[in-house]
Design a protein around this ligand. Structure first.
Ligand SMILES: Cc1cc2nc3c(=O)[nH]c(=O)nc-3n(C[C@H](O)[C@H](O)[C@H](O)COP(=O)(O)O)c2cc1C
Length: 202
């Protein structure tokens, strides 16, 4: 049987979510998936980006990461979304990408896939869960199979977010625990997708 196809689709302005996305891609690969790590297109005006050196630098540093396309969604058996928290919601760059999926949705091509999501916010109470649950709304509309990490692994008792990996970036970039949580979350999602694949083929 073909390996599970896993797409890690994320937006990151200053690298926090990018680091989590890389960890998620590693976790998915370790679980045996064929992985596409993709960043959604930047849409902010160049003056806004240029006004923040960390943003401009990260954009340059990740220029070689392929941009997410609708084909990536169609190809995937499991999609792991990553986004910074923006005023308690996903970044507009990610929701703009999601807003281009109408035709795929209409054709039923987004249904029955496994979905899961992770985020970063500046502060502990800055909206981690709100952002993840907002992405959950989309997965419901798509008829997706939502696979959250819950408290299904010891790492989840350390990092503590059952909705999805999240990191508070005011304390610095993602630490080992946050990266391990992202790896675990993706691995769990791939395992679920693999079980579905086997079951559907039977
Ligand atoms: C416009 C804007 C809105 C933000 N809103 C929130 C927020 O609601 N809560 C929060 O804790 N952090 C907020 N942040 C901070 C980012 O979520 C945080 O720095 C995140 O780690 C950035 O991820 P990145 O490095 O991958 O871009 C906001 C940042 C920006 C630029």
């Amino acid at each position: 049987m073909e390996p599970v196809h896993a797409a890690v689709i994320y937006y990151s302005a200053t690298g926090t979510v990018h680091a989590l996305a890389r960890a998620a891609a590693e976790g998915a690969e370790k679980a045996g998936a064929d992985v596409r790590m993709r960043r959604v297109a930047e849409q902010a005006p160049s003056e806004a980006i240029a006004s923040q050196p960390a943003w401009e630098q990260h954009l340059q540093d990740t220029a070689d990461v392929a941009e997410a396309s609708l084909d990536d969604l169609e190809w995937a058996d499991v999609v792991v979304f990553g986004t910074p928290t923006r005023f308690g919601t996903p970044a507009s760059q990610l929701t703009s990408f999601i807003a281009t999926t109408g035709q795929l949705w209409q054709q039923g091509k987004l249904a029955d896939k496994v979905y899961t999501a992770f985020t970063a916010a500046s502060t502990n109470h800055g909206g981690h869960e709100a952002t993840l649950l907002a992405l959950g709304h989309v997965f419901h509309h798509w008829g997706g199979i939502i696979v959250p990490p819950g408290y299904t692994d010891p790492i989840q008792f350390k990092t503590g977010n059952p909705y999805g990996t999240s990191h508070s970036s005011a304390g610095g970039p993602p630490d080992d625990d946050a990266l391990e949580a992202a790896r675990y979350q993706a691995r769990r999602a791939v395992d679920a997708a693999a079980a579905l694949k086997v079951g559907r083929a039977a």
